[in-house]
Ligand binder design. Sequence first.
Ligand code: NDP
Length: 310
Amino acid sequence: MTVNVLFSARRELWPIYEPLLSRGLSDAGLDFALGTELEPAEVDYVVYAPNGGLRDFSPLTRLRAVLSLWAGVENIADNETLTVPLARMVDHGLTQGMTEWVVGHVLRYHLGMDAHINAAEGEWNPVAPPLAADRSVSILGLGVLGEAAARALAALNFRVTGWSRSRKDIPGVTCLHGPEGLRRALSDAEIVVLLLPNTAATENTLNPETLALLPKGARIINPGRGQLIDDDALLVALDEGQVGHATLDVFRTEPLPPEHPYWSHPNVTVTPHIASETRPATAAQVICENIRRGEAGKPFLHLVDRSLGY
Ligand code: NDP
């Protein structure tokens, strides 16, 4: 029987994904129809991104699964019209990109690069940075992306602490969990990296109380989601020097509005949600493998627990 796959994402992505998905589905030995507009009642799988505009899944009466192109699924996890499995994106290329971005920004802080980039002409201040073994980095979120970043930083000898919902065991990383774990992870963190999903439980993970736990002058790197930080509290902490600098890639409103105080704050670096992205060549393989599994009656990979929201 023909497997009907609806591609519902940004229009510009279709010419990129169409040949990749066609090849992957052919290689899986499937007889398929693939398109951006299919008869709703005949759709078996949706390849999904929120900017494709699909909100109401109820007309898709034959739907087997929704396969997200994004790692973050907060825009769809609570969609009540969706009653079939939802898989999120776990893509080697996305993970590699995030690891590189996190390591780069941690090294910027660790090495104190800004002091030299911004130094006045003739300023000669020969203070060498400490070794990584003398620098503590805490990663909040030890999922696919957080664990990869934690392992890369541990391989560079940083003192890495990680925090997650459930207990973890990662070589070279002090793994903590639960509320007391968060307190410990923050109280020792010269650099904090946020790689949590946006859920009801993670909103404002950094707030006045938790920001106060940090050593004075700590740096924050947020490639997770804007909702993880209480923005007003961070701005106060920056103004008071409790937080020395923040590099923010994600925001509650994107693009970040021109009048937002983050733009003009001297101790904030704004990056425009570019920490990493799904890479079509590797992501198409992940999507096709999940469709192959679905058609073979095997469990889907990377399923979202919708009760937890990630
Ligand atoms: P995962 O689902 O693999 O990992 C999420 C991690 O967060 C897990 O370790 C999980 O704990 C932990 N977590 C979730 N809820 C809580 C909680 N209440 N308390 C403590 N820990 C919690 O996600 P990924 O690593 O793949 O992605 C993380 C996020 O990165 C995405 O949700 C997305 O928001 C963001 N992202 C940003 C991009 C960018 O370009 N800026 C690109 C891609 C993703 P446990 O392991 O116990 O389940």
